[in-house]
Design a protein around this ligand. Structure first.
Ligand code: ISL
Ligand code: CA
Length: 536
């Protein structure tokens, strides 16, 4: 067989370290906690772990504001713990992805502290201006803040000043940071908001509702040049891969970042499928439209060289609540989404808790939310006199804390012996790892089966993708490699549907104990994986 890049067969599990497992009772997940669960992850079958940031940080944005890239936040442990994690993971055949946040640092990073002095050699590490322009931040409000008589740019919170990628010294610093971690044996970087790091001009942006100024920093040629340099000078010297988080990209822009001949990134996270249940903005959710969702997914499958497939992460609401049904059809719809995710073409990413069908948060009081973005939007909505019930609705459907409630290991929690940093979901009494492990037919077991199918059948990795049917909220596609042809059927609705007559074959996996296709009624959220060639 032709040489296949190792990341094509990766199955990635994303850990949000604060919320995964607390080993010392301070209510915050940590590295020793992760180590204690490596056997669990190995049994699940995953071979790659992505850790959201564990670096030193004042935690304004839970670690996405880094004050020292070369050290570990004491909440999470020490560098020794990190070395031990890399070692223990390797023993189990698990590779580690670290988050690389290089659009901005924390305002408490020594570079920024020094850059406040106009005469400092660090001044040019950041973007300073005498007068702000009209750009707005991802977290709402102006993207500029004042210190003394100057303003600095921050596309996220004011404690996340943007680095100046026009300064070659910044490039050299980041290269050193990457080498430091690659030399320790980490395998991949997940490059945070990587397609917005280069600002080609600081003039006023076109007037629009959100992200004013984006035409000057979104997917600029300068960004491609930076990525090529990082690849050539650093990444190409190691056995590693990169996945970029790329906001607002279309398929053409995504391909421009990942086509092998471009020598930039290996794959990117797109967001278009995440926009199929909202109007304009994530805070204005509408009813989920499965038709739109499957069409976007099929488009990315067909047009992209390789996909990074995901249904949830630490910024997104839980997929079961959003695209499935977290009540009556909790188990079947979680399994249906799993089958979809793991049989698509590309590298699948599973977010912690997804494998047991964790749902959106049950936080009732505004003050119990922890996320900075949430608090910024509440302040803005109050200023605009949004009614209280609507603000609550916005948070319930879109707050990032929906995905950040601690991992539900046991009926009574099992995450910490102390007080969790963010309240746990009360449904842990019936949605938890312990029960999932006991039950041979659980959501977790379904994930396990799918991962193992992926790892033992090249058709799920190298096979082509072809949509066969996308009507009435039913999504059917084929993966084909040489003589092998597998078909995934997913009912993305809570209504009964029919399986089209031309779909034939034997059942490889079902979320409803189906053993044949003789009954053409597709039950609510039913999903079937079929081997077409082995028609009975
Ligand atoms: O969170 C979002 C939607 O709710 C996005 O707009 C998000 O801010 C964007 O995808 C960038 O996310 C990444 O960078 C941010 C950080 O807050 C996120 O957690 C991270 O995933 C700034 O570093
Ligand atoms: Ca802890």
């Amino acid at each position: 067989m032709e040489h296949r890049q190792s990341w094509k067969s990766s199955v990635v599990y994303q850990i949000y370290p604060r919320s995964f497992m607390d080993s010392n009772g301070d209510g915050i997940g940590d590295i020793q906690g992760i180590i204690s669960k490596l056997d669990y992850l190995k049994d699940l079958g995953i071979n790659t772990l992505w850790l959201s940031p564990v670096y030193q940080s004042p935690n304004d944005d839970n670690g996405y504001d880094i004050s020292n890239y070369l050290d570990i936040h004491p909440d999470f442990g020490t560098m020794n713990d990190m070395d031990q994690l890399i070692f223990e993971a390797k023993q189990r055949g698990i590779k580690i992805i670290m988050d690389l946040v290089i659009n901005h640092t924390s305002d408490e990073h020594p570079w920024f502290i020094q850059s406040k002095d106009k005469k400092s050699p660090y001044r040019d590490y950041y973007i300073w201006k005498d007068k702000p322009n009209n750009w707005t931040s991802f977290f709402s409000g102006s993207a500029w803040d004042q210190i003394g008589d100057s303003y600095y740019l921050h596309l996220f919170s004011k404690k996340q000043p943007d680095l100046n990628w026009n300064n070659p010294k910044v490039m050299e610093e980041i290269k050193d940071i990457m080498r430091f971690w690659l030399d320790k044996g980490i395998y991949v970087f997940r490059c945070d908001v990587i397609n917005i790091i280069y600002k080609s001009s600081l003039e006023d942006g076109k007037r629009r509702l959100v992200l004013v100024g984006r035409e000057f920093y979104h997917s600029q040629e300068g960004c491609h040049q930076i990525l090529k340099t990082l690849r050539k000078d650093v990444l190409s010297k190691y056995d590693c891969m990169t996945v970029g988080e790329t906001v607002l990209v279309n398929t053409a822009q995504a391909n421009d970042l990942i086509l092998p001949e471009r020598e930039e990134l290996d794959m990117v996270f797109g967001f278009e499928h995440m926009e199929t249940d909202q109007i304009n903005n994530k805070w204005f959710k509408t009813r989920f439209k499965p038709q739109k969702f499957m069409k976007v997914i099929a488009k990315w499958q067909e047009e992209l060289y390789w996909n990074a497939n995901y249904l949830e992460n630490h910024d997104q609401p839980r997929s079961i609540t959003r695209f499935g049904n977290d009540q009556k059809y909790h188990e079947v719809s979680a399994k249906m989404l799993a089958t979809l995710l793991l049989t698509l073409k590309g590298t699948p990413y599973i977010f912690e808790g997804q494998e047991i069908g964790m749902t959106n948060a049950d936080i009732k009081r505004l003050e119990d939310y922890r996320d900075i973005e949430t608090h910024r939007i509440v302040a803005l909505a109050k200023k605009l006199h949004f009614p209280q019930f609507y603000i609550r609705h916005m948070l319930k459907t879109a707050s990032r804390d929906n995905a950040r409630q601690p991992m539900q290991w046991k009926k009574e929690g099992g995450f910490t012996t102390g007080i969790p940093w963010l309240k746990m979901n009360e449904n842990m009494s019936f949605i938890n790892v312990e029960d999932n492990l006991k039950n041979t037919d659980s959501i977790l077991r379904h994930y396990q089966q799918l991962i193992s199918l992926r790892q033992n059948h090249d058709v799920l990795i190298d096979g082509s993708f072809k949509p066969l049917y996308m009507k009435h909220n039913v999504f059917i596609f084929e993966r084909k490699l040489n003589e092998t042809s597998w078909i995934t059927v997913s009912n993305l609705s809570g209504n009964k549907k029919r399986i089209p007559k031309n779909i034939k074959g034997s059942i490889l996996l079902s979320n409803m104990h189906r053993t044949s296709l003789s009954n053409p009624v597709l039950m609510p959220y039913e999903s079937i994986l079929i081997d077409k060639e082995k028609t009975l």
